[in-house]
Structure formats: C-alpha cells, structure tokens
Design a binder for this molecule. Sequence first.
Ligand code: NAD
Length: 421
Amino acid sequence: MARRKVSTYENVTRQYNAAADLMGLEDDVRKILAVTRNEFVVHFPVKMPDGRLEVFTGYRVQHNNVLGPFKGGLRYHPAVELDEVRALATWMTWKCAIANIPFGGAKGGVQVDPSRYSASEIEHITRRFTFDLGDNIGPEYDIPAPDVNTNPQIMAWILDTYLSTVPAHERQACIHVVTGKPVEAGGSQGRNKATGQGVVFCIEKWAKDHDVDLGGVKFMVQGFGNVGSWAARLMRPHGAKLVAVEDVTGAIANEAGIDADELKRYVDDAGGVRGYPGAAPVEHEEFFGTKADIIIPAALENQITGKTAPLLKVKLVAEGANGPTDPEGDEVLQDQGIHVIPDILCNAGGVTVSYFEWLQNKRSEFWDLEEVDGKLHRMMIGAYERVENAVESYKTDWRTAAYVVALSHLETVYKRRGIFP
Ligand code: NAD
C-alpha cells in the first residue's frame, strides 16, 4: 500500500509535541500554540498589462502574536498551499521567541510560478494581492518580508500599494508595514544578506565550539538564491571551500572549489547553476553524497529525508531553509551523529535584521552596516547559546532544544498575562 505523504504542518506538529512533552508545557498554552490564530485565503483577479485577466490564490496565515505583531515572509511558488503556509507561519513564532524579538509568527504567499511572468506582470499580481490583503497586514499588526522568489523590489511594490490605501498624512508613519525593502525605499543596510550572514555566524560559533578550522572545511549548498548564495559568499573569507551546489535547474560539483562570487554572477545571468563552466554536472543523489564537512540546505522544505540523509557524509547540517529536514531525515542525522543547527535558530538572521529595519523606520533612523552586523552577531550568538544551554539541561537534540527555548519563552508570557476572558 502506498504511504500517505506526511504534510509539512504534520511535521511541525510532531516537532512541537516532542518538545512540549519533554518540557511539560502547560496544558492551556499547549492548546493555544497547537493551532494557527487566523488564516486568510483569497482568490484574486489580476488585469495583466496586455489586458488579459488571470485569477490567483493568495494566503496569509497568522500563527501567534503574543510577543508582538505577526511577522513573516511572502513566497511566490506554484506549490504554495495552506498546509505549507501554516507550517511556515508556526516556525516564525518559534524563531522570534528564540531570537528574543518582539514579533509573532506569520507567513503568506501566492500560488504562482514567477518564472512564467514578466516583471511588470509580477508587479500587477503583487499590487492586487496587497490590496486584497487590506487590513490583514499593517505596520503594528502584521509585517510581510521577502521569502522564496520574492525580493526587495516586490517589497517596495507592497509598500507603495499599502501606502496608497492610507490617508496622506499617515503614510510616513506606515513605512514599517513591510521589511526587506530596498535601502533607498526605507530598507536597512545588511537586510539582503542577513539570513545568510546569520547562518555563517552560527557556523563560526559551531566551528569554534568544536575546534574546527573553517579554513580547512569543504561545504555544499542546496539553493543558490538569497540565503544560499549569501551564505556561500560569506564562508569564503574563512577559506572554506564550496564543493557542490544544487538549485532548481540541477546540481554541480568541483572538488577543487567553486568560486561563489563568480557563480552568483553566472546565476544572475543564466537563471540557475546548470551549465556553469567552473564545475561538472552531477545527479541529485550524487550531490547529497558529496565529500564535504558541512551542508547548508537553503532551498525548500523536506529535502533531507529518510532517503537522502543516509547519503550525506557531512559533520554539520546548518539549516538556512525552513523545514529542510523531515522527521525521518532527522532520525538518520541523529543516528549518524551529524550535528544540526536547526532552521528556527540558524536562519533567524533575516527576521532579526527585519526587526532592525522596523525599528529604524519607526524612529526615522538609519544604522550603518557595522552597527547592523554587530547587533545581528550579538543576537545570533545569544540565541545560539540559549539553545546550547537547553541541549545540556534537557539532554536532548538541538531541534527539540530550540523548540524548548521558544516554548518556555511563550509559556512565561502567557502565564504573566493570563488569558482573556
Ligand atoms: P530564493 O527564491 O532566493 O532562492 C531559492 C533557491 O532554492 C533558488 O536557488 C532555487 O533554484 C532553489 N530551489 C527551488 N526549488 C528547488 C529544488 N526543488 N531543489 C533544489 N533547489 C531548489 O529563496 P530564499 O529567500 O533564498 O529562501 C530559501 C529558503 O530560506 C526558504 O526555505 C526560505 O523560507 C528560507 N528563508 C529565507 C529567508 C530570507 O530572508 N529570504 C529568511 C529565513 C528563511
């Protein structure tokens, strides 16, 4: 009999229950956090620049806002659906709680393959989706940001559309309705590289704690978009060697090393890593079996599974993507003694600098890159150490420990505030 495909949200629930059992999460809090707060689904029409009309489906799921406004990215992908957005929104709540950021968790997206649309069509889709989201987003309520296939330009269109819907004299007070904006449109220095930067800060800390010289390390990256390409480029100054990369167009490898900056220029031009002349093409399974010390998954969910995890030869999985490892993959990593820096810790750099951007907008300030990177470093190391301590005190794996840190924080807040009525 064919096995039913386990949904991404079911994976989140499994992770959540394991941590809640271990720490003895209070029953009422457990009930609240087990479900999402609000779920918004909209089928919206878009009049394209050539006059034709198309109808799209968009989502915004708000999981929890006890720590602060809902916060989370918007994804444009043909596979976006409610179950996935629920999972991603829930992970955002845990991530903000671990990072000590006063935000809750949300996520959204549009079911669309952006490679089939021109920039001007994407602008139309974005503006109409923003309009239809209406008051479901807001600078003190729910703040979107970039995710898969969305970028600073798309954030600028969201900003512009949202501002057009508020009275003129309130507009300046609303520019923090979205983060990950271009610097010229109210964005923060360092936001674009922030998630990759946070991943590399975590890897540096792991290497220091385990006496690993990053200068002698080989690493591989899955996904060479915002997160993957920045992480790869930021590993370079350490002397670490990038030996394999996979994206949606295929996989490539070169034992002698791949120049991440040159590959980025190639990908910007060619649309993917396939055909890059500085490396040989390899199959999906061969990619996972690459001789390397570290893998940075930075593509989509459920990539390191019961099938692919046994192929890995690495010592560390540094999760740039959200949910790249499914529970079966996790079991294999644990059995093989492979370290994991879990997504809700490892990729928290993006939301952390989004928080900095939000603060700068609210205060009409502009921080330089040094200030942003310094603050990001302190927050990432603080979060890393909180999880490390939970690993020790609960004698558990890093993912469960990360959940325990998040859930303890949220439980404390609920206990202090009580539950209305
Ligand atoms: P992106 O759109 O910039 O890049 C996505 C990359 O994944 C592309 O290189 C794409 O080719 C690749 N990819 C897509 N499908 C694939 C497949 N089936 N196999 C291999 N590669 C595939 O997206 P991003 O912003 O870099 O996000 C990547 C991951 O990081 C996502 O899980 C996202 O939720 C997570 N994340 C992003 C941010 C952020 O600030 N952008 C923050 C936290 C977490």
